[in-house]
Design a protein around this ligand. Structure first.
Ligand SMILES: Cc1cc2nc3c(=O)[nH]c(=O)nc-3n(C[C@H](O)[C@H](O)[C@H](O)COP(=O)(O)OP(=O)(O)OC[C@H]3O[C@@H](n4cnc5c(N)ncnc54)[C@H](O)[C@@H]3O)c2cc1C
Length: 553
């Protein structure tokens, strides 16, 4: 049965929760295929439904949920698509890329009963599954397991040591990557007949159509989800020295005896600790005066100390002067705090950021603007400066996280295909660095808040106040909370702890609903969990946590 698209005006919505109620009410109507309710402020909803569904069923469902509803327009989906098409469109949404942003957009298009065609010049699945999140996190966990086999925190548990088979470690990583690519990308593609894939290099034509290796496709809308690539600054001498990027470092067939990591942000620190724990002698060279320059200084300083305790050499205020090859060794000549220094290692890894893949896309001719770092400029609704072209994911610049790219992909497909201009809620974007201990943050740091003129108060809790950390004999870390000085509303949470990534999500929910610190302290947290540290940190705003009993009652 041909689907239709129905637009409704909704009255009575006063908050995000209302928009959610309306969405659920509409989704519960038999024959409804997809529902989009932009923020409650817009007072409307878009529904894709079977053509035979009576409009009254929709208005009645909304009324039963306690809101007012009126049909503002309806159209057969084919007509609707026709209205946005130019010339001989073969597909509703053409997507450059097949990574997380592209897949989220393609699946949303399919749910809305539109067709999507992805173009991929490399490996299906893009960065996250092939050369990013998945391989790096499984290798980090392998390194942690190896490290724990030789470093017990319990005097009564004597480690016996462990054998390292590098080939097998890399083989297991490759097996996981291959399996997840099949299950999460190839099979998903097979499950949606309205999503297609063409292989090749895509480029936009001046008419905002898409040329793939000589063939021109005429889609109704285009989504750029072309991702980013590792950026290596043009260090003098780098031409004559093979410098690794994270992609190559994750695939080395031999473990290097020594490694210089240039950079001090998340990829640099994850790679540094991973190789160090596998037995590589690691030196980190960071340009700024500390690693993680955008994080809370207490966290950067503590993590630096823990990494140094594991034998990683960390230098800050480093200015790289020249790279050169000396026999089997790679040499980095630099100034550290203004003093000439020379570093030598078997391999050099540049973890110096990522730049959007926008160079060969033909953007200028089609009027799609990029910023000074090559990132596609988009408005709040993910639309570029050409109204037929949208962009999502790493191609739009930082922050570059797979879950953010996927959310942007989904939202941009809705906006592009349903003619909406709905923005994405970016107020609470959690971020995790998978070192051990992990760094997890959400919301503003103290410095960011003050720079924005906010009047804030902070509370910092060392992890040796958290019973879970004491029981695990791992009290490395701290929790720092930032709150509005007057209303005590939580504005930021910054956690350095084992499994901090699991802790921060509770803070993310608290931030999302605008929770005051008091509500955190009034909430029951299970004893002994790491997340209990959030409650203890919240209590530290006005109590001496050293005087609390064990359950922080
Ligand atoms: C080492 C590392 C670790 C990471 N760890 C994490 C993590 O733990 N958590 C997290 O959230 N994020 C992590 N990230 C970031 C995350 O992987 C990216 O944010 C995410 O994968 C980006 O998805 P995307 O869809 O925007 O782009 P991509 O996945 O990069 O997809 C873009 C695709 O477009 C293709 N393409 C580009 N140009 C063209 C063209 N002209 N024609 C055809 N095809 C083209 C590319 O080949 C690529 O496959 C990590 C990244 C790295 C490098």
């Amino acid at each position: 049965m041909e689907p239709k698209q129905v637009e409704l005006n909704i009255s009575g919505m006063t908050c995000d929760g209302c928009a959610e109620h309306v969405r659920r009410a509409l989704e519960g109507v038999p024959g409804v295929r997809a529902v989009v309710v932009p923020g409650w402020q817009e007072g409307r909803a878009s529904v894709v439904a079977d053509d035979g569904l009576a409009d009254e069923a929709l208005t009645e469902a909304v009324t039963a949920a306690g809101y007012g509803a009126q049909i503002s327009s309806r159209s057969a989906l084919a007509e609707r698509a026709g209205a946005v098409r130019t010339g001989e469109s073969e597909v509703d949404l053409m997507i450059v890329g097949s990574g997380s942003a592209a897949f989220a957009a393609a699946i949303r298009a399919a749910e809305l009963s539109y067709s999507a065609l992805m173009v991929e010049r490399g490996t299906l699945g893009g960065t996250c599954v092939n050369v990013g999140c998945v391989p790096s996190k499984t290798l980090l966990r392998a390194a942690e397991t190896y490290h724990r086999a030789t470093h017990s925190r319990f005097a009564g548990v004597r480690p016996r040591g462990a054998d390292l088979d590098w080939g097998m470690v890399i083989g297991e990583k490759d097996e996981l990557v291959g399996r997840l690519r099949r299950e999460k990308y190839e099979r998903v593609l097979e499950a949606y007949p309205s999503i297609g894939l063409v292989r090749g290099q895509a480029r936009l034509t001046p008419e905002a159509n898409v040329e793939v290796d000589g063939r021109v496709y005429c889609p109704a809308r285009v989504l750029l989800a072309a991702g980013a690539h590792p950026y290596v600054p043009p260090f003098p001498g780098a031409d004559g020295v093979e410098v690794l990027t994270s992609t190559e470092a994750l695939a080395l067939s031999e473990r290097p005896a020594s490694l210089i990591v240039i950079g001090g942000r998340y990829v640099a620190l994850e790679m540094a600790q991973m190789f160090a724990r596998f037995g590589t002698r690691v030196t980190v060279l960071q340009r700024s005066d500390r690693v993680l320059p955008d994080h809370e200084p207490e966290i950067a300083e503590a993590l630096t100390g823990y990494l140094r305790e594991e034998g990683i050499e960390i230098y800050t205020n480093v200015c790289i002067l020249r790279l050169r090859q000396d026999g089997q060794e790679k040499v980095v000549e630099a100034q550290v705090d203004g003093v000439a220094s020379v570093f030598r290692a078997a391999q050099v890894l540049a973890a110096t950021g990522r730049r959007p893949n926008t160079e060969d896309l033909g953007l200028e001719a089609v009027g799609v603007e990029v910023n000074e770092r090559g990132a596609v400029r988009v408005d709040a609704g993910m639309r570029t400066t050409n109204p037929r072209v949208y962009a999502a994911g790493d191609v739009t610049g930082p922050p570059m996280f797979v879950y953010l790219g996927a959310a942007e992909g989904k939202r941009s497909a809705e906006n592009a295909l349903l003619g909406m201009q709905e923005s994405l809620d970016r107020s609470t974007i959690p971020a995790v660095i998978f070192t051990d201990p992990q760094v997890a943050t959400v919301g503003v740091t103290e410095a960011q808040a003050r720079a924005e003129g906010m009047d804030v108060k902070t509370a910092t809790l060392p992890l040796n106040y958290v019973p879970r950390a004491l029981a695990a004999r791992d009290t490395r870390g701290l929790i720092k909370l930032v709150a509005d000085a007057e209303s005590a509303r939580l504005l930021g949470a910054h956690v350095l702890a084992a499994e901090a990534g699991e802790v921060v999500q509770t803070a993310t929910m608290a931030l999302r609903v605008g929770m005051p610190v008091q509500s955190l302290t009034d909430t029951l947290f299970p004893y002994l969990t790491q997340v209990e540290g959030l409650k203890l940190a919240a209590l530290a705003f006005d109590r001496d946590v050293g005087q609390l009993s064990c359950c922080a009652g």
